[in-house]
Design a protein around this ligand. Structure first.
Ligand code: NAD
Length: 676
């Protein structure tokens, strides 16, 4: 028999329908059809005077069934099911027992009343997949909240709390988690069945335009948010059925569009990244109860915050009291700033700080189940640290390095337990950036890898497995980009022109803006008399980037960027020194040499087995470097662009590429399987 995936129970004249499709009560075809039938039957049944719709387990419903994504949906369609609910002549009350997202919230919106538990989260996240709520969400939500508040929810895609939902009029009542939700819902059983769809919308098209004007960041680059606005404008000016037709038309257009394909790819890519294909099944993970961090600098402090926020105690070791105090104070300052924005409470700040144990005693690391080294990027220093760590860490402890480029196997080899060693490459600022490259050494034990991947998720990160090579996945792909960017400037482009190609593409910053932010002096030999290239010249003049208010650009007190005449003169001087006559460089050449070369490097990384799958490379760039999500990541974008076109572009500029450049055979193979 077909699973019906709902349960119904009648108590007196009230019918309770419970969505029961674990784990998230997704609204797959079986649920939709059973729900529609149950409502239709209740409408006809003289023994039933009211209907409550609720969810089994912790969620009300997380919405669409993702296994149905991209396929034609079986009938009944959700909008039709919801029309049946709304048209029910008896009051239908949503008893929102937990998270209600997307289609799940649209079910609740079609009900005549909504009661939620305090912990419920309500949201319409469709925009994040490049679409819009397609089952009346854009029509019914504005009828409850008005244009502005509805647009905020629909266009941001972020959920709201039950308290906020109550204040805005999205729910009619909120009950404490321990209280009887169904009883509270039953209190509405004698209220009239008044469909949301018959209400008038507060606000108009002008209010929608004002929202667009006030929130430019939500619209930059993405097509779905403007479609959401158009749908909400329809809600404000048309009756429900006509508004629904507008919503449907816009929805179908978005679903078929390139952006939603790319955003769906990004969604599935993130899930896939958590999988390690070659690990034995049922692996037993190690328990991590206390984390040690060596080095309380830029990275160490940020890394510590991830664990503290997740409730894990942290022992943080430094070499000087001054560095230790500075590190701990910075952690507190960061937490305080978050509290000042209202995102966490003062109690949470204190609870996190109470878990931090800053110490100068290296031996204190003996209590830790995981130790992450975040000292200077220098192999000799790291080897020394790992040698000492090997002597104090308890057996079975996992030893990780936050190195950006160095050989994790070489680091592991200076311990007596290379199987316990791996890389955990966090990105700056480490308390904010989601990516962690988990670098698997040649001898890293499977349970060590599995433990760190799971721990990464537990602390809210997106962990991606990488193999050992110079720069792993992300930073390795930066190398051809940065080398070519510098070469292009020598040949005739300006830093501004190169950066603009990247920001127009959707990157948060271009190659030179990024160098200025990270520090022009990273990797510099620190000999002011040895000037081999333009970067050496900048460093020798103290132009180390934003931190010295001068790098490839000049910066004012507020870090506002402007073109630097000094750099322009330096570039000219260098061109003369090298005998280069500057030529006009096209944006297309910049694109090929700084973006196509990244796709090529990604293909080489894949071929060498440094990344498990092409979509992992996309995840690295989406979460570590702000690659524009609407293009799906470098490899997905490269495939849409066309590998043949990429190869042709690279061949055209081959002779200008830095030495050693090769085109990946994966891109050349004419009948290659799509790699993205
Ligand atoms: P940093 O200079 O800000 O901090 C390093 C800290 O380590 C200093 O406070 C220093 O006192 C301390 N330290 C040095 N030797 C020590 C020892 N033996 N015991 C205890 N503490 C010691 O450097 P950072 O930017 O935080 O970088 C740390 C590591 O993280 C490097 O390997 C770097 O490549 C990597 N990383 C940096 C970034 C970034 O953007 N800064 C990003 C990712 C990875």
């Amino acid at each position: 028999m077909e699973p019906i995936m709902i349960r119904t129970e009648q108590t007196g004249p009230i019918l309770t329908i419970t969505l029961d499709n674990p784990p998230v009560n997704a609204l797959g075809a079986a649920v939709r059809s059973s729900l529609a039938q149950a409502i239709a039957a209740a409408s006809e049944d003289p023994g039933i005077s009211a209907v409550i719709v609720t969810g089994n387990g912790k969620l009300f419903s997380a919405g669409a069934d993702i296994s149905e994504f991209g396929k034609p949906l079986a009938d009944p369609q959700l909008p039709d099911v919801l029309a049946t609910i709304e048209a029910c002549p008896k009051p239908v009350i949503a008893a929102i027992n937990g998270t209600a997202l997307g289609g799940g919230l649209e079910v609740a919106l079609a009900c005549h009343y909504r009661v939620a538990v305090t912990s419920a989260k309500l949201g319409l996240p469709e925009v994040k997949l490049g679409i819009l709520p397609g089952a009346g969400g854009t029509q019914r939500l504005p009828r409850l909240l008005g244009v502005e508040a509805a647009l905020k929810m629909i266009v941001s895609g972020d959920p709201v709390s039950a308290a906020k939902a109550l204040a805005d009029g999205l729910v009619d009542k909120v009950v404490d988690n321990g209280d009887d939700l169904l009883a509270a819902a039953a209190d509405f059983a004698h209220s009239p069945a008044c469909p949301t769809g018959e209400r008038k919308v507060a606000g108009d098209a002008a209010a929608a335009d004002a929202f667009v004007g006030a929130n430019p960041r939500l619209f930059k680059g993405f097509t779905a948010p403007l479609a959401c606005v158009e749908a909400v404008k329809a809600a404000a000016s048309l009756p429900l059925t006509q508004g629904m037709a507008v919503e449907r038309r816009l929805f179908l257009k978005l679903v078929a569009g390139e952006q939603s394909k790319a955003l769906r790819h990004a969604f599935f890519a993130e899930r896939a990244a958590a999988r390690i294909d070659d690990l034995p099944k049922n692996i037993v993970r190690r328990e991590i109860r206390r984390v040690g961090i060596i080095g309380a600098g830029t990275m160490g402090g940020g890394i510590a915050m991830n664990f503290l926020s997740a409730g894990l105690p942290v022992t943080m070791v430094e070499t000087s009291a001054e560095a230790l105090e500075r590190g701990a104070a910075l952690i507190r300052r960061n937490y305080a700033a978050t509290a000042a924005k209202g995102r966490i409470t003062i109690d949470q700040v204190e609870a996190a700080m109470a878990l931090l144990d800053p110490t100068l005693e290296f031996g204190a690391l003996a209590d830790c189940d995981l130790v992450i080294e975040a000292v200077y990027e220098n192999m000799e220093v790291k080897k020394q640290v790992f040698g000492r760590l090997d002597a104090v860490a308890r057996p079975g402890a996992i030893l990780a390095s936050n190195t950006s480029y160095l050989d994790v196997n070489e680091i592991a080899a200076c311990t007596s337990r290379p199987e316990d060693v791996l890389g955990m490459h966090f990105f700056s600022p480490a308390n904010v950036m989601k990516l962690v490259e988990v670098v698997r050494g040649a001898k890293t034990a499977p349970d060590v890898l599995a433990t760190i991947m799971a721990l990464g998720q537990k602390i809210g990160k997106v962990p991606v497995v990488a193999g050992v090579c110079y720069g792993f996945i992300g930073n390795r792909m930066l190398i051809p980009r940065q080398d070519n960017a510098l070469a292009l400037v020598m040949e005739g482009a300006s830093p501004e022109q190169v950066d603009k190609v990247h920001t127009d593409f959707g990157m948060p910053m271009g190659p030179f803006q990024m160098t200025d932010l990270a520090g022009v002096d990273i990797g510099w030999h620190r000999d002011e008399t040895r000037i081999d290239n333009l970067k050496d010249a900048l460093c020798a003049q103290g132009r180390w980037g934003q931190k010295t208010k001068a790098g490839f650009y000049d910066y004012d007190e507020n870090r506002k960027r402007s073109t630097s005449p000094v750099v322009a003169a330096l570039i000219e001087e260098f061109r003369q020194r090298e005998g280069i006559t500057p030529r006009t460089i096209s944006d297309e050449e910049i694109m090929v040499r700084t973006l196509y070369t990244m796709v090529n490097e990604g293909a080489l990384i894949l071929e060498e087995g440094i990344a498990q799958r092409s979509s992992d490379i996309d995840v690295v760039w989406l979460y570590g470097y702000g690659w524009p999500r609407w293009t799906g990541g470098p490899m997905f974008w490269g495939e849409r662009e066309g590998f043949a076109k990429i190869v042709a572009g690279l061949e055209q500029y081959m002779k200008r590429m830095p030495e050693g450049f090769t085109i990946s055979p994966l891109l050349r193979a004419p009948q290659a399987e799509p790699i993205a």
